[in-house]
Ligand binder design. Structure first.
Ligand code: AMP
Ligand code: ZN
Length: 664
């Protein structure tokens, strides 16, 4: 396809999806699909810069960095709103309004929990984006405002226009951002509001483009269009292509408006963004002057604030979990309660400072909320209700698992257990290695890891590939049998073929999450190159900062880790991305083989290499998933099992004849 044509097509699609997102309740495509289109456009434009046009969504990156934000006075002050907490407050608001201007109607809108921005268009072009600042003066964040998808650079309206709206991150984006941060072991954002505010403060707009800020425009500046109603201005903004508030409803009476507010509160979790209330506005803008403002807020509108979803429950215990990097996290064990739609029985207490500042005692009654609707958190304990048997939490000085003295890392608030042989850490490391995101060894969950660890079968990762030595003993463990043991061993065996990036992630190098692992695998292609890479070379890779680079270097310098890697290599795990079958044969490639007995001429390893060089897989035990069993002298139970399951059985001569065939 013609590149230029595709670029045009992509621009049109992205524009359409942006609009759909704001004008109807339902986006036409997922964020993932949107990102894929955006990436395709970026890639094409990088290859063919001559086709980049000013109106391309990629040109939203300001690029240049300002040293600090310029302060710019607002044309008219950006006020906050008076608050209402119940129906009485809302009725009182309406009474005050109707006393001055009896003939009014009301508009109700959800109150998006983000941060306010004021945006100016001159001669139809986006010229300036300001934060609220102190209400009189805002900060110039135009470079970040320009990354907001769905906010046009150009509008058909040629006269001066100033609009105001709430900049936010959708809940979906927020989750994705935190997942990535978790993956990279960066501190999580508490809620979408904080994440959006943090993003707006960035000097480099590439970050805000990546995070995906959005905006909900809720008004035009008061001194403009004063003869229109509020609803008419929203309609006008929409016609200009601006993402104006799509949820506004119109009401003749305050009673009807209150019903709408209740409905918004009932459905508060259904919105794609976080809301913390509803805004009730007089629709007739012509009356705004007459209604006037107090020093802080206008009289023509008020904000109904939802009751925070805080729930009270007892702290039954405080435990200290040891992560796979040795990090100690205090966790409150709670009497289970429902919070914002789900059952919560544990809540993070973050770190030592948090526990001390909040003066947390076991058996305290605590207020719990879900930060950003997602992470359960203890807000505070109710000291008035503290029972006599309450126990002040003392922060441990020693690892709860291995009892070694805890240390603090320079510049970090957390305590760490630095003992590399600490059982809790080892268990976490093993659990991480077998987990779905890493090596994805099915039927090998946390409980199995813990049990085998306690039996002494597993001490470190390579022991996983030595577990077949315990096959017999395993069958006699409670809850285990012939079949489950074989399944597990087969799953372990097939994990050897798992691509390099997952293996790298599975090693559990501090600060190296899946995204970073993928990047490293792509860049270095094999482990040796990565192990040899000096600190400076690592820094050159996108997304790898000093902290990550140092951690990688430290990991590979550790003799214990080097030994583990050698063992894994010996077991045949994939330490490079370029693994491809050298040759193919229809009877070997992509099929699963099991070896049993002694072969006449080939050693086990030779047979294995041969099969693998044709893209066949080797498994340790026979199951329904086995395609071929290669049997030699004194083949044992595997052969019997293969016969039972009617699996194809071959001898060495047959294998060699297949290989000869393909060499012809
Ligand atoms: P507050 O800061 O709590 O006084 O609430 C007022 C703020 O709510 C405004 O400055 C806006 O930033 C924000 N807000 C969110 N949604 C709306 C909306 N639909 N209409 C007006 N203000 C809104
Ligand atoms: Zn420890």
């Amino acid at each position: 396809m013609d590149v230029k044509q595709r670029i045009e097509e992509l621009k049109a699609l992205l524009k359409k999806y942006n609009q759909a997102y704001f004008e109807s309740d339902s986006p036409l495509i997922s964020d993932v699909a949107y990102d894929a289109l955006l990436k395709e456009l970026v890639d094409l434009e990088t290859a063919y810069p001559e086709y980049i046009t000013q109106d391309s969504p990629t040109q939203r990156v300001g690029g240049s960095l300002s040293a600090a934000f310029q302060k710019v006075p607002h044309r008219s002050p950006m006020l906050s709103l008076s608050n209402a907490f119940n129906a009485e407050d809302l009725k009182a608001f309406a009474e005050r309004v109707e006393k001055i201007t009896p003939n009014v109607t009301y508009v109700v809108e959800p109150k998006v929990d983000g941060l306010a921005a004021s945006i100016r268009y001159e001669k139809g072009e986006l010229k300036l984006g300001l934060t609220r600042g102190d209400g009189t003066t805002g900060e110039d964040v135009t470079h970040n405002i320009k990354t907001i998808q769905g906010l046009p650079f150009k509008i058909p309206h040629q006269s001066f226009l100033e609009v105001r709206g709430e900049v936010y991150l959708s809940k979906e984006r927020f989750k994705a951002i935190n997942l990535k941060r978790q993956d990279q072991e960066e501190p999580l954002f508490k809620n979408p509001r904080n994440a959006a505010a943090g993003t707006m403060r960035q000097l480099d707009s590439t970050l805000s483009l990546e995070r995906g800020l959005e905006i909900n425009i809720y008004s035009v500046s008061n001194d403009l269009f004063s003869s229109m109603t509020h609803l008419e201005t929203l309609q006008f903004l929409r016609e200009c292509g601006l993402p104006a508030q799509p949820y506004a409803t119109h009401h003749k009476t305050i009673e009807s408006a209150i019903k709408a507010v209740d409905e918004i509160e009932e459905n508060r979790h259904q919105y794609p963004f976080e809301i913390d209330g509803a805004v009730i506005k007089v629709n007739e803008r012509s009356l705004y002057d007459e209604l006037g403002t107090t020093s802080k807020s206008p009289r023509y509108a008020t904000a109904y604030k939802f009751k925070a979803e805080e729930v009270e429950t007892e702290i039954l215990d405080v435990i200290f979990s040891v992560g796979r990097t040795g990090q100690i996290t205090p966790v409150a064990v709670l009497a289970p309660v429902m919070v914002a739609g789900s059952l919560v029985s544990k809540a993070t207490l973050h770190n030592e400072a948090y526990v001390m500042d909040k003066d947390i005692h076991i058996h305290d009654q605590a207020l719990i909320k879900k930060a950003g609707d997602i992470i359960p958190e203890v807000i505070r304990v109710l000291k008035d209700k503290r029972p006599l048997n309450a126990i002040k939490v003392t922060y441990p000085t020693h690892c709860p698992s291995c009892q070694s003295t805890l240390s603090q890392v320079m510049g970090e608030a957390d305590w760490y257990c630095l003992n590399p042989l600490c059982s809790a850490q080892q268990k976490e490391k093993l659990e991480h290695f077998v987990s779905r995101q890493a090596m994805n060894i099915e039927t090998f969950g946390e409980k199995v890891v813990d049990a085998f660890f306690d039996l002494g079968w597993l001490k470190s990762i390579p022991d996983i590939y030595r577990l077949h030595h315990h096959q017999e003993a395993m069958k006699h463990l409670e809850g285990w049998g012939e079949k489950s043991v074989e399944t597990l061993l087969t799953n372990i065996e097939s994990s050897k073929a798992r691509p390099f990036e997952f293996l790298l992630f599975g090693l559990g190098i501090k600060h190296v999450g899946l995204t970073t692992s993928k990047m490293l695998a792509k860049h270095f292609k094999n482990l040796d190159a990565l192990m040899r890479a000096p600190f400076e070379t690592l820094l050159d890779i996108h997304d790898v900062g000093e902290r990550v680079a140092q951690s990688i270097v430290d990991y590979f310098n550790h003799p214990e880790n080097q030994k583990g890697i050698e063992d894994l290599r010996h077991f045949g795990l994939r330490f490079d991305t370029t693994f491809k079958a050298a040759k193919a044969h229809e009877k070997i490639t992509n099929l699963t083989f099991v070896l049993t007995g002694t072969l006449p001429s080939l050693s086990r390893d030779q047979a294995k290499d041969l099969i693998e060089s044709y893209g066949g897989k080797i498994s340790g035990s026979v199951s329904k998933k086995t395609d071929v069993v290669l049997a030699g002298e004194e083949a044992g139970s595997k052969l019997t099992k293969a016969q039972e399951l009617q699996i194809k059985i071959i001898d060495e001569a047959t294998l060699l004849s297949w290989i000869e065939e393909s060499n012809e």
